[in-house]
Design a protein around this ligand. Structure first.
Ligand SMILES: Cc1cc2nc3c(=O)[nH]c(=O)nc-3n(C[C@H](O)[C@H](O)[C@H](O)COP(=O)(O)OP(=O)(O)OC[C@H]3O[C@@H](n4cnc5c(N)ncnc54)[C@H](O)[C@@H]3O)c2cc1C
Length: 346
């Protein structure tokens, strides 16, 4: 008889855990208070960058290591949807391995040098190479770094595909707001509530992120671009068909449901600096949410009786959830410890 496990929360953490546990034959019920995949989850607002080396600029080495195989994990997981004939899977297949391009304006070259010192696995690129990689940035930047092995995906598409696939494979999705302590009376429960778990995880905090979705047919960019800046570094992630995700602020606060005028102005100014044609972009969406984070910005797996918690994914939900989900599965089925280890790189 298969092991019955409940998961609370259908953001990226909950869905990745469900994937790994179903693969090991578990009988899963997933409780999500919101309607399907949507704005209720922090994961909805993510850029979808799978950029372990770039993140190494500020993140610990464990984050880089655990994120190295995330792109392969996502590609494999979404491909299953294509085999099963799921609608939408073909589109979501686009886990794009086009690399990341990091640039700075001439006045901010010191920031580029600092980024160079703190990261690895890149090639230095000059104006010609930047123009070859991204013709619409030609002659705008004289120096940059190219992280060829990095990838990106569209969070909304891959999460929708993953959820549909899990339904197809027998996962029971129940729309309800539930308490882990009550659910855990009936058996093993994985708490993936993100920031909503703040009450039970004392040092969890929110780091506010503001982002915009733009439509701009006049600019064609094929990979995530990071524009360094001493105060507000930004990135732009192509979603295809002239749609771009422009992000993201990092503000030490979980308060505020709305983006501030200042943040929106700064994000848009940076996009304009990247290419002035973004001045004509249409703003499709302004989004805000708070990333769940522990004080060291490293996620944690903890266990209290029947409740296993995955939280603190900070700005690395899509990058780290696959490895975290594998660790949880290995803990449950192979009795391995929940200690974060480099060996789990999805
Ligand atoms: C602007 C922005 C950009 C980002 N960009 C990136 C990026 O490029 N790459 C990357 O890897 N990460 C990125 N992130 C970070 C990423 O989005 C988060 O790390 C991730 O979403 C956290 O996922 P989670 O599943 O823990 O939480 P969530 O996505 O918030 O999911 C928690 C779910 O639990 C549900 N829930 C809560 N309480 C209950 C309850 N009692 N009962 C039932 N359901 C409940 C909620 O409705 C929610 O759906 C970004 C974040 C932001 C805000």
């Amino acid at each position: 008889m298969s092991l019955k496990i409940s998961i609370i929360g259908g953001g990226v953490a909950g869905l990745c855990v469900a994937r790994e546990l179903v693969d090991r034959g578990a009988d899963i019920t997933l409780y999500e208070r919101g309607d399907g995949v949507g704005k209720h989850a922090c994961s909805w607002w993510a850029g979808g960058m799978l950029a372990p080396y770039c993140e190494g600029e500020t993140a610990e080495d464990i984050v880089v290591q655990l994120g190295l195989k995330a792109a392969d994990w996502w590609q494999k997981s979404v491909k299953k949807g294509i085999k099963s004939g799921q609608k939408g899977a073909e589109k979501a297949q686009k886990v794009q391995k086009n690399g990341t391009l990091v640039v700075s304006l001439a006045r901010d070259h010191a920031d580029l040098e600092r980024f160079t010192r703190r990261t690895r696995c890149f090639t230095r690129v000059g104006a010609d190479e930047i123009g070859r990689l991204e013709p619409d940035l030609k002659d705008r930047f004289s120096k940059g770094l190219f992280f060829e092995s990095e990838a990106h995906l569209s969070p909304r598409e891959v999460m929708t595909t993953l959820r549909e696939l899990l339904v197809f494979e027998g996962v029971k999705f129940i729309r309800d707001e539930v308490e882990p302590e009550l659910i855990a009376k009936d058996g093993l429960t994985i708490d993936c509530r993100g920031l909503a778990a703040k009450d039970s995880l004392a040092d969890l905090r929110g780091v506010k992120g503001e982002m915009l979705m733009l439509s701009c047919l006049d600019v064609s960019i094929s990979r995530p671009i990071r524009l360094l800046h001493p105060r507000i570094p930004i990135y732009i992630v192509p979603r295809g068909d002239g749609i771009y995700m422009l992000g993201a602020t990092m503000i030490e606060s979980s308060g505020g449901k709305y983006a501030t005028a200042r943040s929106v102005l700064e994000l848009l100014s940076a996009a304009y600096a990247l290419n002035p044609a973004f001045g004509e972009a249409e703003i499709l969406e302004i989004g805000v949410d708070s990333r769940p984070a522990y004080p060291d910005n490293i996620p944690r797996l903890t266990r209290d009786g029947n409740i296993i918690s995955i939280n603190g994914l900070y700005r690395h939900g899509f990058l780290l959830a696959p490895a975290m989900a594998q660790m949880v599965a290995a803990h449950i089925f192979e009795n391995k410890s929940l200690e974060m280890k480099h060996e789990y790189s999805a």
